[in-house]
Structures are given as structure tokens and as C-alpha cells.
Design a protein around this ligand. Sequence first.
Ligand code: FES
Ligand code: MG
Length: 571
Amino acid sequence: MKKTERRSQGWFGKTGKDGLIYRSWFKKQGIPTHELGGKPMIGICNTWSELTPCNSHFRELAEFVKKGVLEAGGYPVEFPVMSLGETLMKPTAMLYRNLASMDTEESIRANPLDGVVLLCGCDKTTPSLVMGAASVNLPTIVVSGGPMLTGRYRGTEVSTSDIWRFSEEARSGKMTQEDLYVAESGLCRSDGHCGVMGTASTMACMVESLGLSLPGNAAIPAPDTGRKVLAHLSGMEIVKMVENDLKLSDILTREAFENAIMVNAAIGGSTNFVIHLLAIAGRMGIPLTLEDFDTFSSNIPLLANLQPSGSYFMEDFYYAGGLPPVIRQLKDRLNNQAITVTGQEIGKINERFENYNDKVIASIDRPFNTLSGIVVLKGNLCETGAIIKPSAASPELMKHTGKAVVFEDIDDYKNKIDDPDLDIDEHSIMVLKNVGPKGYPGMPEVGNMGLPPKVLAKGIKDMIRISDGRMSGTGFGTVVLHATPEAAEGGNFAVVQTGDLIELDVEQRKLNLLVSEEELGKRKAAWQKPAAMTDRGYVSLYVKHVEQANLGADLDFLKGNSGSEVTKDSH
Ligand code: FES
Ligand code: MG
């Protein structure tokens, strides 16, 4: 259906004082009158920032989007929103995801835009922009920045996933500080976001499997010419979407969310996927639960052999064909009729893509692992759920009962972990409290806490670790995350003590604290809520309103959609 009445004409199409104001200042950028006569006005929402190194090439990328918009007869307008750099922001970029989403939402709604292109790259820049745009519901397309080229260290291929290995090797004395300087200089050697199936690549795959980008968006490396071409084609596509009035609500259906969960399982995507997809669904008013992640990811085999679950890098994934051949191979499972930004069905649009390397992308009948996806655990240690990524865990630890070694918060962990007298061995279960959304605050990626040196010295690389926090998408291990209710809420997780027995059984979906109800009741009665870190500003607002991880950790008042209409003028 063609739409000819433009939202932007509610500004530029006005006569009298209001139209005069809207047009005259806008024209100072060198815009002739006829450009404002009803062309689709396309916002290019840019997260470029030198403080977000993963998105530092976005000014150039935006120029290619503009070429496409102009070619298709639209008018491009680029604007900035808050950019979240994963590696520099303290205490964690996640604290600001919801704030950036508010910036995105209000910037889109308040301005004369008919459609939006979201330029997303580093981890949180994708969910924050999609969440914000979802609450406005204009025609919207995502262009991801693309992964980095594979890193190099003394002749070997490395990635940002090796950060964890390098830091353990430095702690155990195998690497010197000099070695680390050499390593860090080759890890991030080109434009782009982390070059493994970490959170950024997971998010790029999420938007592609939701139908929010052109096919192929997820894997094209940032420096590859194909990335610029994709940006150009996306610029053309958004103009068509505006003309056809193809809005986010037409694409982000329950079926699309189910597809994204299945695809995430097949690629071994990051655990952060859970919290971000729940938050996006919340903005769309789509009922999606934590349990859906287990239901729709169980029985999906692991098809992508990518770090941290496998061996290869995003660059290899691109050369093997990227996400489209994965989606094509899942056609018997997916909701193939889900509509994408192209207006075509996801099943149809991916059917022509081939797999060029079966070492990187397996065929569905000979997968790399029958274990994939996200397992949702329940039990008295996590009454509203916790998650684990079995493809990143050690098979021998998936069913284990051990003694808890509890760290009350991150400082307690840092103070104790290197102590040779710490009573801990490889059979112990490490528990880290107060790293949840309210407790830290912001739910940082510390869940895959490093092992004690005396265990590392035995050559042991994995232990069970449980927390109410998150883990980097580049992390791995038998790591139980997002335990809810978090410790700061005062449930059983708040009162687990060193020496308690904990039972983990991934196959049975169980996580239990083997302590009597009576004893737990006593401990909870004596528990005291930790004092708030601050009573002012955004952080205070966040702590008062953030929901638990099993609901997506959005602010409670941001759930849902306010539409794109603004009825009042400004002067
Ligand atoms: Fe930006 Fe990994 S730090 S994507
Ligand atoms: Mg991260």
C-alpha cells in the first residue's frame, strides 16, 4: 500500500508562523524549498563516538546510507544519540542502555521524520536504539557497523575473546606485561565491533533474524566494501518502507521473536541476547517470557562454529556465507512467513543463500554440537529463573553438587580471590552477589569471574560460577547468570553463605540451595537491604524503576509504545 501523506509534512507542509519557523532554520543547511515538499524524510540515527571505538567508522558509513536515501528519492538527516562504549563506560554500559533508548525514542518522535535508519555496532548500541525506535513505531531499518577483522598476536589468530585467556595467563605468570602490550596492539586491528560471536555480533544476528535488516547484515566485516554497499541499499530500502508504510509493528511480531531465539541458538549467541530481546519485546507489547528462550532453543543444533562456543571468527563466518545460510537451514523450524524490512518473508528471502564452508557453518543433520541455546534454570536459589549457555560450559560440570564459596560483592571477590588461604578447590561453586541491575547498579559483565590462582595452577580452566550479573558475550565457562530475584532484592540468593551446598543440574533445569526452609527464613529475617549508592540523577531513577533480569531489565515505565504522533507545536 502506497502512503503519500508524510508525517514530516506536519512540520514542513504547514503554512503560517509554524511552517515558517520549521522551514527557515532547516533551510540554513542549504536546502531548497522543493526538497521539503513531501519527500520521505529519513533520520539516520548515529551512535558514532570516539568513546565507542567499535562505532568510530560510522560517520563514513552514514554517508553511504545517505547516498541510498537520495537515490531512492528520500531526504536524509543524520542525528546523534547517546553512544554506549562497552569497554570504557563505568560502572557498566548496561546501566545506560535504557537511558540511551529514551534518547533514541524522544529524538525520533519529536522530529520531522518519516522513517529511521539505526546505525548500531558495539553491544548496547543495538538494543538501546531498537528499544527506543520500537516505542515510536515508524518504518525502521538497522544497519550494523560490522565485525572487526580477525586479530593477530605473534603469528596466531586472536580475538577480543582471548582477553580472558591472556589475563589468566598473566595472573598465573605465563605472560608478562610486555606480552600483554603486544597482544593488545593486535587484538583490535581494524574498524568494527568484536570479531567473534560476542554480544555485538549476537545483536547484529538478532536484528537480521528479526527481519529488521537486509539479509547479510550481521557478518560483513566493517572494513569490507560490502558493508558500504549494504548501507547504500538499506538507505534505498527505508524509502520504500516509508512509501509502503511498513512499520516496526509489522515486523516485530511474536513469530519474529521466536525466530530470533531459534537462530540465536544455532549460532551460539551471547547470553546477553536474553535480556535485550525481552526488553525489545516489552516495548512492542509482545508477551515473551524467560521460559520461551528454553522452549524455542531446545532441540536447535549448533550450526555456527564460532568463538566463544567454537573455533572460528566473524570474518570466517562472512566468507562462509554469514547468517543467511544458517537461517535457510532452519527453515523446517522457523516461522518462515514472518515479514522482513524488504516486505518479503524471511523464509523466502534467505532461500537463495549458500554455505561456502562447512567447517564454519555445519549442515543441520551434522551439527557441531547438539547442545545449544539458553537453558533456563529454576530452583530455590533463583525462584524467578537464571540462565546458562550450555555450549560454552564444561560437560562434566553440568551436573554437580558442591560447597559454595560466597563473595558478597565485587570488592569482596577482588580482596579474596588471590589469597592462598582461601578455602576453595575446583569442586567448589563460586557465588558472586550484588552484581544485579539494582545491586551494582547496572548489572555488569563480571559473572565469568576469574578462577583462584591455586586452582589455575593445577591447569584447571573452569569451575561453576553463579551470580546475579551478566557475562560478556565473549566469555565462556560453566557460568550461571542473571539469577533472580537478585541479591539486592533480598531473596534466597541474598542469604547464601560460604559452606552451603548448591546443586546444579542443567539437564533437569535445576539450581537449588540445599539449606532448610527454616534456616533460610531465619537468614532472610535478619537480612538488611544495602544502602542506595546515590539519591540523585539517572542512577537513582534507574535503581528505583529497573525490573529484574528475567523481565529484560528495562525501566518499568518504559514498557510499551507511545506511537509517533505529536499534536502540539513548539511556538
Ligand atoms: Fe564493542 Fe565488543 S567492545 S563490540
Ligand atoms: Mg560486552
